[in-house]
Design a protein around this ligand. Sequence first.
Ligand code: C5P
Length: 222
Amino acid sequence: NKKISIAIDGPAAAGKSTVAKIVAEGLEYIYIDTGAMYRALTYKAITNQIDIKNETELMKILNDSAIELLPGKAGQIVLLDGGDVTNDIRTSEVTNNVSVVAAHEAVRKEMVKRQQRFAEQGGVVMDGRDIGTHVLPNAEVKVFLLASVEERAQRRHSENIQKGYPSDLEILKQEIAQRDKFDSEREVAPLKKAKDAIEIDTTSLSIQQVVDQIMKLALERI
Ligand code: C5P
């Protein structure tokens, strides 16, 4: 059996990690959430009171940081310098600052290098913003997941409520739209569909329907 690479890109809260995880499990592939890496660096910068606009300072801490993504029972576990930051990287403070951190060219260069190393052996499902365009330009399967801002905010809102987190639908809508705008308009490797990516609008699809579509694409190429 050939081990292929699957790239899943798309805007914030489009369900990328949910479907990527299920596809990876189904194929017994490694799942790599690249957003978690940018989030881990953002978390470390905030914790160390580093100015996230200062690329030199960010690079100092990044070059000194071990970011590990491990499979766990309830999803992926993120270790930063050996400590579990899985939940710490999902706060709204991190979410609302991560795009600034991820816009720096030097930061991206280092992250992409690490991501390509994770994918060296093939057999990966990787999700992010620039996987099909920059990280894995030769991926056998490239998917671009879309959904309306309303739908994405609503999904995140329901998820928050289910977890018992405070949540405001209107604020979520604004934050998601803002992050997409920033990620799409940055100069280095902006959020963009790769020319050869298959677009899937998930607005009125179930998780299973999206998974089935991606599985079908994958099995055709294995
Ligand atoms: O996927 P997630 O929403 O966790 O990503 C958080 C942020 O990390 C994105 O809004 C984006 O700024 C950045 N990111 C990126 N490139 C990736 C993955 C994430 O710039 N491949």
